[in-house]
Design a protein around this ligand. Structure first.
Ligand code: DO4
Ligand code: MG
Length: 285
């Protein structure tokens, strides 16, 4: 498939224990010793990979089971309350604490909500185990389109993110947000980075499925048309007075929130699908 904007083919970048691998037209090109940090620091990632893989013979030695989170030393940041559904869910959970109004105001404010989410050590890849905080009793996954951002603030690709969240802690007081969001195993990324400089079509769907004991306990979907903020504007705010020499990831917020009666349990399987990128599947530890 050609990328309409630059006339370049679409490629996906994976990270494995043996190094990075690029997929193009269902063929896999191992990049050998080139570290992911080197790749994600490039402003011309799409062009660089498209040219580079022409020199590497494709291999069929690609084990899906070996895919790691596509992250090196980048920070993971996240945007919040970017969908109407998220606004409503937060207002409800924070109502008793008197915090509901903040979410309504941030939904329509010019400045978006942006928060620090994760580091590589707290992030798991496909097949990894995400965690519920030990002191939380109301937890949900948040399936989010995640931007891959270059040091100069270009969106060079897209991946899938899971912004695991403790709704009871967040709802008790909005100032507890970092505790509700940042803890060991609170983030999942993957399975691949769709390397593309063109925006994803507005019709792109994000779907979430949560299986419990082999049955679907919750499922939902949302299209990018529902995303209130322009990804480029989110990046522009993130890079205001913040530098990211290795690039960074920016989750764009959730548009799917299970009903208030739902909380995650150990053993649940979380599947997040965004068609042009793939499916990110994780079990809850
Ligand atoms: O404001 C709290 C967090 C919001 C969030 O993570 C989201 O909307 O996805
Ligand atoms: Mg979120």
């Amino acid at each position: 498939m050609k990328d309409g904007h630059r006339g370049l083919k679409k490629v996906k970048l994976y990270r494995t224990p043996e190094g990075c691998v690029v997929e193009e037209d269902n063929q896999y090109h191992p990049l050998g010793a080139i570290p992911i940090d080197f790749l994600l620091a490039r402003e011309d990632l799409q062009e660089y990979l498209s040219e580079f893989i022409e020199t590497i013979a494709p291999s069929d030695e690609f084990q899906q089971s070996e895919i790691l989170a596509p992250i090196g030393h980048q920070e993971v940041w996240a945007a919040g309350v970017t969908y109407f559904r998220s606004r409503g869910a937060r207002m409800e959970e924070a109502q008793d604490a008197g915090g509901g109004d903040f979410y309504d105001r941030v939904y329509s404010a010019e400045r978006p909500e942006l928060f620090f989410k994760s580091t590589a050590s707290r992030t798991v890849g496909p097949g990894g185990r995400v965690r519920i905080r030990a002191d939380a009793h109301w937890s949900v996954p948040e399936p989010e389109l995640t931007l891959v951002v270059s040091p100069k603030g270009r969106i060079v690709g897209y991946t899938i993110g899971n912004d695991m969240s403790s709704r009871d802690i967040e709802g008790e007081n909005p100032l507890y947000l970092p505790q509700a969001k940042v803890y060991n195993g609170s983030c999942a990324l993957g399975p691949a980075i769709l390397v593309s400089e063109s925006p994803l079509p507005q019709s792109t769907e994000i779907t979430l499925e949560i299986d419990r004991h082999g049955r679907v306990e919750f499922s939902g979907s949302v299209a990018l048309t529902e995303l209130k903020r322009d990804p480029k504007t989110l990046v522009e705010y993130l890079l205001r007075d913040n530098s990211f020499p290795s690039g960074c990831f920016l989750m764009t917020g959730t548009g799917i929130v299970p009903p208030s009666s739902f909380t995650l349990a150990s053993g649940d399987r979380i599947r997040i699908k965004i068609e042009p990128i793939g499916t990110l599947e994780n079990e809850v530890a």
